[in-house]
Design a protein around this ligand. Structure first.
Ligand SMILES: Cc1cc2nc3c(=O)[nH]c(=O)nc-3n(C[C@H](O)[C@H](O)[C@H](O)COP(=O)(O)O)c2cc1C
Length: 186
């Protein structure tokens, strides 16, 4: 194989399409897609979520004010909501041009989208500002999953959850391939 240089832009071709739920000052909900989401370990316990937000969006202001939010995995059936939430801002009023319902998270002070089969409730522990971006390091307070799904020791079969992958475009998950150790064991 011979590779070609394509510049610095396409650094993260596989991103999760997560819809972040926050509460506004008046207690109404705001939702916005954020795909700059990853995780890290701080100690030996549970992973922390790392999430980055650019500019002055309402979601960022809400996270800075409340310190808590929900991550709602977007499935392929939720693409219209992703596009809508991503092309409108809570700064201009409630996002109610499309029908959707939400509930309160189990632990975090945040709204959760009823349509999402996987939800992660988070609390900000630390944040770092780099230019116009703020990156939040967050403890996971709770994870919810559609009760019809099996949760194995290693996680969940994504072909059944059907998440949207963001690569600059929207894509979906293909085949289930196996787990660590299925392809090589020393
Ligand atoms: C697919 C998609 C991915 C996005 N990912 C991010 C992201 O990772 N970080 C970010 O700051 N904004 C991201 N955005 C932009 C916000 O969703 C957008 O600015 C939204 O209008 C913010 O709404 P709010 O002001 O109600 O928070 C993304 C938008 C789309 C459509």
């Amino acid at each position: 194989m011979k590779r070609k240089d394509i510049g610095c832009r396409h650094t993260m071709p596989v991103q999760p399409t997560d819809i972040i739920g926050t509460y506004n000052e008046d207690g109404t909900a705001d939702f916005a897609p954020i795909t700059w989401v990853s995780h890290t370990y701080v100690d030996d316990e549970e992973p922390w979520i790392v999430i980055s937000m650019w500019g002055t969006k309402k979601t960022k202001r809400n996270v800075q004010r409340t310190g808590q939010f929900s991550i709602n995995m977007a499935t392929t059936g939720m693409l219209q909501l992703v596009d809508y939430f991503g092309s409108s801002s809570g700064k201009n009023g409630a996002k109610n041009a499309l029908p959707y319902t939400y509930s309160s998270a189990s632990v975090a002070a945040a709204p959760t989208l009823d349509e999402s089969p996987w939800v992660c409730e988070c609390e900000v522990m630390q944040s770092v500002q780099t230019g116009k971006s703020d990156t939040f390091f967050c403890k996971v307070l709770n994870v919810q999953i559609d009760e019809t799904f099996e949760v194995e020791e290693w996680g969940v079969d994504l072909t059944k959850l059907d998440p949207v992958i963001y690569s600059g475009h929207y894509q979906s998950v293909g085949k289930y391939l196996g787990t660590i150790g299925d392809f090589y064991s020393p």
